[in-house]
Write a protein that binds this ligand. Structure first.
Ligand SMILES: NC(=O)c1ccc[n+]([C@@H]2O[C@H](COP(=O)([O-])OP(=O)(O)OC[C@H]3O[C@@H](n4cnc5c(N)ncnc54)[C@H](OP(=O)(O)O)[C@@H]3O)[C@@H](O)[C@H]2O)c1
Length: 362
């Protein structure tokens, strides 16, 4: 039997409750007026109500429906940003599942710890390679390395997971243009560079592109504009790519994780402190005078509490990426996040902006 999460059960119960209330109250009357306006028969009202309920239940049940899976043994994946965090855990996880894995590391050539641990595996199916996604040269070298080590390059590469990323914080007036560019250079341009370079191999396998963006690719939040714009860009790039690659049988999925800061190295407390120091030093005197240091320090404290309140277990992200690579019918978007961010995500994404603003950005 299909398993439902607590959230799905709660949503179904709440919807049934609201539907029952509205049925006894105002919904039939409104629908009746509508069918009269359009000159349709009155029976359509009951049909509409049943249809609404069916659509809702179907939306909730669909994620649990079996979607089949592909054989992993003959498949190879390249992951970027495997030195730490999600990339590091994913490389080990996919290798354990039977995939052949190319783990791209930023610091392999500098004997980075993550690269060294992965290399200790000494397994034919797990290869570590130097790959800075901001460098044309290193990305092209990575493509050649992968091509040389594939069993049959003509059969291509099954998947690329664009995971490498960096983060920051700071309100717009405290963020220099150079800082905006640094973040976009890795998160957006790095993703585009790696994707374009590997697409010919991916196309040969009718494979998968999995882009690790963020919930902040779907809604903005004060104090994170540099990170948000790079993720919005990734979302747009991934959507366009999905439409274009359909004709080749290449599937593109976007992973939109919630807050897992404390589980990875992306924005640690010491990183927050050094970023705060940098932002303040780079800010113009007029902005410093207008906002004041006390206001600025409160943003830093908020960021630290954002880190402390995060989910500590990244397995929902790992499972989402694995599903995008192994399911016969992967989703276009995965939203691994806790209940608080799930509700906020859906309100900010689907409700009219004035209502969402009133609820969350007052
Ligand atoms: N953790 C979260 O809460 C969260 C939430 C939403 C989305 N994400 C996304 O998840 C992805 C993975 O992040 P994470 O949380 O696992 O953080 P992480 O532990 O910092 O891992 C990211 C890795 O990417 C590497 N990297 C940075 N620049 C690179 C470049 N130019 N080329 C290749 N590798 C590079 C980093 O190396 P250095 O450490 O040396 O910089 C780091 O090892 C990111 O795209 C991030 O935006 C994370």
């Amino acid at each position: 039997m299909a398993k439902f999460s607590h959230l799905q059960v709660a949503a179904m119960v709440l919807f049934s409750f609201l539907l029952t209330l509205s049925l006894g109250w105002w919904l039939p009357e409104i629908l009746l007026q509508l069918v009269k306006v359009f000159g349709c028969p009155e029976e359509l009202v009951s049909h509409c109500i049943v249809l609404m309920y069916l659509v809702f239940v179907l939306c909730l049940v669909t994620p649990a429906l079996p979607r089949g899976s592909v054989k992993v043994e003959d498949k190879t994946i390249l992951i970027t940003g495997c030195d730490t965090g999600i990339g590091f855990a994913l490389a080990k996880h996919l290798h354990a599942k039977g995939f052949s894995v190319f783990a791209g590391c930023l610091l392999k050539d500098k004997n980075g710890e993550g690269a060294q641990i992965l290399e200790k595996n000494k397994c034919e199916r797990l290869k570590v390679l130097q790959m800075n996604t901001c460098s044309d040269e290193e990305v092209l070298q990575a493509v050649e390395f992968v091509r040389r080590h594939l069993r049959d390059p003509e059969k291509g590469l099954w998947g690329v997971v664009n995971n490498a990323g960096i983060s920051t914080f700071g309100e717009v007036e405290f963020t220099s243009v150079a800082h905006y560019k640094e973040i976009a250079d890795v998160n957006l341009w790095g993703t585009i560079r790696a994707t374009k370079a590997f697409l010919p191999l991916i196309r040969r396998a009718n494979g998968r592109i999995v882009n690790v963006a963020s919930m902040f690719g779907r809604f903005g939040i004060a104090g994170l504009s540099a990170y948000c714009i790079s993720n919005y860009g990734m979302e747009a790039f991934s959507d366009c790519l999905r439409y274009e690659q359909r004709r080749w049988g290449v599937k593109v999925s976007i992973i939109e994780p919630g807050n897992y800061l404390a589980a990875t190295d992306i924005l640690t407390h010491s990183h927050i402190e050094s970023t705060a120091h940098r932002l303040w030093n780079e800010t113009s005197e007029i902005v410093k005078d207008d906002y004041g240091k006390a206001y600025f320090d409160r943003q830093t404290i908020t960021m630290k509490s954002f880190n402390s309140s995060s989910s500590k277990d990244i397995s929902p992200i790992i499972n989402a990426i694995t599903d995008a690579l192994t399911s016969r019918y992967p989703y276009c978007r995965y939203e691994p996040m806790d209940a608080y961010w799930w509700v906020r995500f859906h309100i900010l994404t689907y409700l009219p902006t004035p209502i969402a603003d009133w609820l969350y950005n007052n």
